[in-house]
Design a protein. Structure first.
Length: 285
């Protein structure tokens, strides 16, 4: 079959895409993919150097991209970046809310509470730090809500306008040790549905991707020992993943481009799409 025989191709020419958290492993891949489909990509990250390195490589490949320093928890910062993106690329058509993450102070040291077996310096549920928990909720939930407030207003009734949030398999079934992250991602899934309804009359589609287990800088200490071997937790994860491995960041691109394309997904809004190697389908037996 020739490409010309297909009912659509992923063509994002003349579109402006804004990607938050663009300096990270997953979102940098998103930025590259959107640019390769013709979009003008604004890479937002608190770590400007990381975003700039990705943007420079995209430009070197012949596409349009620029990095911007932005704090997704500060509306003033986002509004300033918004003004810059408008001047450089024009109004936003696609918003990828990729900023997020966990925090060690919101993570328990043990999977199960056993008051008779708590090793020294172990963080129990009762020791979880309020500030750490607040940081996780703010980074994930407010870090999605605030960029949407800033960029979505101009997206109303623009052809092909779409917002894609990043949820997690934690939103379906919470993992042990990370209650704040699991709860925050569940909030992202709920917000995605709420926004899909709220913006439905102005033709902004809102969906989310729920990645399974992908090795990133954020989770490497949970998944790998200092010498690079799989941790006990990693063995459990892979044992529960029918495909028997971690995902590769590039394997999220198909879902991203599908949801971004009005030709492919024009009647899809309010969904949370798992990309998880079968994790959510497996009962364990």
């Amino acid at each position: 079959m020739l490409q010309s025989d297909l009912p659509f191709v992923i063509d994002l020419q003349s579109k402006t895409a804004v990607v938050t958290g663009a300096g990270g492993v997953l979102c940098s891949q998103f930025a590259r993919a959107l640019a390769a489909c013709g979009a003008r990509v604004a890479l937002l990250d608190l770590n400007l150097a990381a975003a700039a390195e990705i943007a420079d490589s995209i430009v070197a490949d012949g596409y349009q991209a620029k990095a911007y320093k932005a704090n997704v928890l500060e509306k003033e910062s986002l509004e300033e970046v918004h003004r810059q993106v408008l001047a450089d690329f024009g109004p936003c058509d696609l918003l990828i809310n990729g900023a997020g993450g966990n925090h060690p102070r919101a993570t328990t040291g043990q999977e199960y509470y056993d008051p008779d077996n708590i090793p020294a310096d172990t963080v129990t549920f009762f020791d979880l730090d309020k500030q750490g928990i607040s940081f996780v909720f703010e980074l994930n939930f407010l870090g999605t809500l605030l960029p949407t407030q800033v960029f979505a207003r101009e997206m109303a009734n623009r052809p092909g306008a779409a917002i894609i949030n990043i949820s997690s398999m934690n939103a379906f079934t919470p993992l042990t040790k990370i209650p704040a992250y699991s709860g925050a991602k569940a909030a992202i899934s709920n917000l995605t549905q709420w926004l899909a309804v709220h913006f439905s009359r102005v033709n902004i589609r809102v969906n989310a991707i729920a990645p399974g287990f992908f090795a990133t800088k954020q989770n490497e200490k949970l998944l790998f020992t200092p010498d690079g071997q799989l941790t006990e937790r990693s063995h459990k994860i892979i044992g529960q993943t029918p495909m028997g491995r971690f995902g590769d960041s590039k394997e999220l691109i198909g879902a991203l481009l599908f949801l971004a394309s009005p030709e492919a997904a024009g009647f899809i809004t309010g969904i949370v799409m798992p990309v998880d190697g079968g994790f959510s389908a497996y009962s364990g037996v």
